[in-house]
Write a protein of this length. Structure first.
Length: 345
């Protein structure tokens, strides 16, 4: 008979290797049970890893566009709010002008001028609104404050021009007729605001608006600027009122000032509403683009899940099995370590 001897040390070493292997497998299984995807995609998918990487890159690209679109939408929403406030102020000012029509008492004129000053102040504040460190109404010059209050210089220039106009027509300011006043405003004052060279004293904005890519194939204008007609005509209406209404004009001439200022205020409201409408169209396109991008992202994530996803029930079962295996191995090692010849002598 031949006897074979088995070393307890060899058994311990074998158990230790089993434990290490089980611990590594348990780490992998725990990660997969928690995340729902393979712990090592390269090992699990092999050549299919390229497809997974491409799909993941596409999802990252969509996330980047969606993040950019969120900033674009914030800019346009803030612009819409500012335009709405300007339009509301312009409407209140126009209502005051309508109430002044036919009146020449000093208190009514003073109240209208106060309203004009407040309106212009609100318009300039709205035009200089800043979001995320960018001026909303500066066009592409987002780091430059778009609008400056040039009303004092413009008022002085208008009043000086009015005196000269009256002199050139062989009369005085208080004797000007309504027809003459209308001619003065439309031919001399209005170009101070409608000509780009003169408007540059008010605005530093660029005529070119911001453009934003909202999808792989779509680019929109995502801002507006202070050079549009709405802000020009509102500045014109308020400045004409402040410069001319208190100059001791005849009732006929004062009515002409009121009528022209009312007309400019109405054009300002129309211009502001047009700006808001254009931004609204861009916002609608942005919303549609986001809907499409999110749908694409869902499809891509589904494909990624099909490639890299694991059965969470199977992974959990494997974790439990490995835990049992480790506990058994630890018990065997512990028992072996307790073996001693002393116990048998």
């Amino acid at each position: 008979m031949k006897l074979s001897f088995i070393s307890s040390t060899a058994i311990q070493n074998s158990m230790r290797q089993t434990i290490r292997q089980a611990q590594n497998e348990m780490t992998t299984a725990s990660t997969e049970a928690t995340t729902g995807v393979y712990a090592d995609i390269g090992v699990s998918l092999g050549s299919g890893t390229t497809q997974s990487v491409n799909l993941t890159r596409d999802v990252s690209r969509i996330d980047s566009i969606l993040s950019s679109n969120s900033i674009v939408n914030q800019r346009m929403t803030s612009s819409q709010t500012a335009l709405s406030q300007m339009s509301s102020q312009a409407q209140k000012f126009m209502d005051q002008l309508v109430a002044l029509r036919g009146n020449s008492d000093d208190s009514s004129i003073a109240l209208t001028q106060q309203t004009a000053t407040a309106t212009l102040s609100n318009v300039i504040a709205g035009a200089n609104t800043m979001v995320n460190g960018e001026y909303l109404f500066a066009g592409t010059n987002t780091d430059v404050q778009p609008m400056t209050d040039n009303s004092d210089a413009a008022t002085t220039e208008i009043q000086t021009a009015l005196t000269q106009y009256a002199t050139d027509n062989g009369t005085t300011v208080d004797q000007l007729t309504g027809e003459q006043m209308t001619d003065f405003i439309t031919t001399i004052v209005e170009p101070m605001f409608t000509d780009d060279s003169s408007w540059s004293d008010w605005s530093s904005a660029s005529d070119q608006n911001m453009s934003s890519r909202i999808s792989n194939s779509e680019v929109i204008e995502s801002s507006t600027n202070a050079n549009e007609s709405g802000m020009r005509y509102l500045a014109l209406a308020t400045t004409v009122t402040n410069a001319l209404a208190g100059q001791g004009l005849s009732q006929d001439a004062l009515n002409a000032v009121t009528d022209q200022a009312t007309s400019y205020a109405r054009q300002a409201i129309d211009g502001l509403n047009n700006q808001a409408s254009e931004l609204g169209l861009s916002q609608a396109r942005l919303s549609d683009a986001n809907t499409s991008l999110n749908a694409q992202k869902t499809i891509l994530n589904t494909n990624i899940g099909d490639l890299t996803g694991v059965d969470p029930y199977e992974a959990s079962t494997k974790v439990n099995s490995l835990e049992t295996q480790l506990e058994t191995a630890y018990t065997i090692v512990s028992k072996i370590q307790q073996l001693s010849l002393v116990n048998y002598l």
